[in-house]
Design a binder for this molecule. Structure first.
Ligand SMILES: Cc1cc2nc3c(=O)[nH]c(=O)nc-3n(C[C@H](O)[C@H](O)[C@H](O)COP(=O)(O)O)c2cc1C
Length: 316
């Protein structure tokens, strides 16, 4: 395949593995890059020295391009940025913050910069900030999410109208058919989180993966809107959050209920009762833990088959 996203990152397929706390270490990122996509290390759950170690291991595990996702609310952000410069990382996906804060610095240091948005308004800010491409992430996505609940189906055409920058769609895409749909709406690449979080190479706990691979439609919900909207698997913890939210708990009360380290507990340690279990709606489509190479093969062949199917469907 060849398009602006493939050319920008020098990759074979316009498939990006989203940076994911507690899932996307060097094993997952390098496997995705080796399979022809773009792997991203998720700095959001790494202390600076841990990130440095993962960058080095990823460099050793692949000679293909890979990047780092940096959520901008990260407390030790200056240290992280310096590590990216020192370690010779070339691609950074920023998220959860204002694209203006770090894009200039990153561009001055020669990085390719991509920012994640959940509205066309923020896509405009990305363009002003000088990013190279945009990820537009819809409400279906796992992890932290936009407040407006705009679905990928609505968001992509809005962002496409707003900007002519290379556009990557995210949220609810885990198959080649989903990728094809995103392309039909104007995207030129896809960022996939959930499907890759449930692969062999993901560092998520096996119990978390197996739970997610057994989910049905409607088993996840967007909660914690007052604090930071997050899509979670329904369970003991989300019931407690829902109860608190329905009695009008304050931000402080919700923060206290959330506590610290809940995502680690759920995703990395496999504590399904007390942990925060972040995963996207599309998980309900999958039943098997596959390797990254198999997932990528399936996505690309499904994409090509889907194109053929559409041609047949429309030849009336
Ligand atoms: C477990 C999990 C953790 C995530 N952590 C992050 C993160 O640290 N930074 C970020 O920008 N996005 C994060 N995301 C979002 C993904 O990068 C990606 O954009 C999203 O999963 C795409 O939607 P999908 O889940 O429907 O594939 C996370 C998603 C999941 C499922």
């Amino acid at each position: 395949m060849e398009n602006r996203i493939c050319n920008l990152f020098k990759i074979k397929y316009p498939v990006i593995q989203g940076g994911m706390v507690w899932c996307s270490g060097w094993r997952l990122a390098s496997a995705v890059s080796n399979a022809g996509g773009l792997g991203l290390l998720g700095a959001g759950s790494m202390h600076p020295e841990v990130l440095q170690e993962h960058i080095r291991k990823c460099q050793a595990a692949t000679d293909k391009p890979f990047g780092v996702n940096v959520p901008l609310m990260y407390p030790e952000i200056e240290k992280i940025m310096q590590i990216l410069v020192d370690e010779g990382v070339k691609i950074v996906f920023t998220s959860a913050g204002n694209p203006k804060t770090w894009t200039k610095f990153l561009k001055e240091h020669g990085f390719t910069v991509v920012h994640v948005v959940s509205s066309s308004k923020f896509a405009g800010k990305c363009e002003e900030a000088g990013v190279d491409a945009i990820v537009a992430e819809g409400f279906e996505a796992g992890g932290h999410n936009g407040r407006e609940e705009t679905t990928t189906m609505c968001l992509i055409p809005h962002v496409r109208r707003k900007t002519s920058l290379p556009l990557i769609a995210a949220g609810g895409i885990g198959t080649g058919a989903g990728m094809l749909a995103a392309f039909a709406l104007g995207a030129e690449g896809v960022q996939i989180g959930t499907r890759f979080a449930l692969t062999t190479e993901s560092s998520a706990h096996e119990a978390f993966k197996q739970l997610c691979l057994s989910l049905n439609e409607g088993d996840t919900k967007l909660l914690l809107k007052k604090v930071s909207p997050t899509r979670l698997v329904k369970g003991t913890f989300t019931t407690a959050v829902e109860e608190a939210e329905s009695r009008g708990a304050t931000v402080e009360e919700l923060r206290e209920l959330l506590g610290k380290g809940r995502a680690k507990k759920g995703i990395f340690e496999g504590n399904l009762e007390e942990g925060e279990l972040e995963i996207g709606q599309i998980a309900s489509l999958f039943r098997e833990e596959l390797s990254v190479a198999d997932v990528m093969k399936e996505i690309i062949s499904d994409f090509n088959q889907g194109m053929e199917q559409i041609r047949n469907l429309t030849s009336f």
